[in-house]
Design a binder for this molecule. Structure first.
Ligand code: GRF
Length: 207
C-alpha cells in the first residue's frame, strides 16, 4: 500500500493557500501526503500556474462547459476518482458544493475559511466579505478556520483555528493579507499533514 495519502486541491483564483501546501510538502511538513491533482473552475487562475510550476497535474472544469452544477460535479468526481484521491482540500474555491457531492466524499473534504467560525461565515462569505463584515462589526480579533465540509456552508466540524488581531486603520485588504500570513498559510498545511498521517495510519492498520 502506498505510504502517502493522495490529495486533490480545488481552487478558483490566486492559490496562495495551494502554494502554502506545495511549500509544506517540499519542506517535508506534509510527510504523508502528496498533492496529486489541482482542479480549477476558472481557466487562467493563478493557482493553475503555481500547480504547473510544481509539476502537479491540473484540470480546468467549468460549470458552463458541463451544463451546470450537476455536470460540473460529475466531471469533478470523475477526475478525483480516477486519481484515487483520499483527501479533497478546498483552498479559495468559490463554488458551494451540493449535498450529494459532499455526502459522496463524506468526511474527505476540508475547507479553509478566513474568519473564526461561527463568525462571518456561510453563504456569500467569500473573498473580502468576511473581512469587510469583521471591520463593520468592529471586532478586535478575527482569524481563520479549517473545517470539514458538510451540506451547510462553513458548517462542518472545525479542525483548526487561529486568531489574528485587527489593527487600527485596517482595510478589508490589509486584514485579508494579515489573516492569510498569520493564520491561513500556517493552519492549513498543519491540518493537511495531520489528516494525511491519520489516513495512512488507518490504511496500514487495515493492512
Ligand atoms: C482565502 O482567504 C481563503 O481563505 C478563501 O479565499 C481566499 C483565497 O485565497 N476561501 P487563495 O486563492 O488561496 O490565495
Amino acid at each position: 500500500m502506498a505510504d502517502k495519502a493522495r490529495v486533490a486541491v480545488m481552487v478558483s483564483s490566486e492559490g496562495t493557500n495551494l502554494q502554502a501546501l506545495i511549500d509544506a510538502q517540499r519542506a517535508g511538513l506534509i510527510d504523508r501526503g502528496e498533492i496529486a491533482l489541482v482542479i480549477s473552475n476558472k481557466e487562467g487562475a493563478r493557482a493553475l500556474q503555481r500547480a504547473e510550476k510544481a509539476g502537479i497535474e491540473t484540470a480546468v472544469i467549468r460549470p458552463k462547459d458541463c451544463g451546470g452544477q450537476k455536470g460540473f460535479e460529475d466531471a469533478c468526481k470523475k477526475a478525483i476518482d480516477s486519481k484515487d484521491i483520499d483527501l479533497i482540500v478546498l483552498a479559495g474555491f468559490t463554488i458551494i458544493l451540493s449535498r450529494d457531492f459532499v455526502n459522496y466524499y463524506n468526511h474527505k473534504i476540508i475547507n479553509i475559511h478566513p474568519s473564526l467560525i461561527p463568525a462571518f461565515c456561510g453563504d456569500g462569505y467569500y473573498g473580502l466579505v468576511p473581512h469587510e463584515e469583521a471591520l463593520k462589526r468592529g471586532v478586535k480579533v478575527t482569524g481563520a478556520s479549517v473545517h470539514y465540509v458538510n451540506e451547510v456552508a462553513d458548517g462542518g466540524e472545525i479542525i483548526a483555528q487561529k486568531a489574528v488581531n485587527v489593527e487600527e486603520g485596517d482595510t478589508p485588504e490589509t486584514l485579508q493579507r494579515r489573516v492569510m500570513e498569520q493564520a491561513e498559510w500556517l493552519i492549513l498545511p498543519v491540518a493537511v499533514a495531520k489528516i494525511c498521517r491519520r489516513i495512512v495510519k488507518e490504511r496500514q492498520k487495515r493492512g
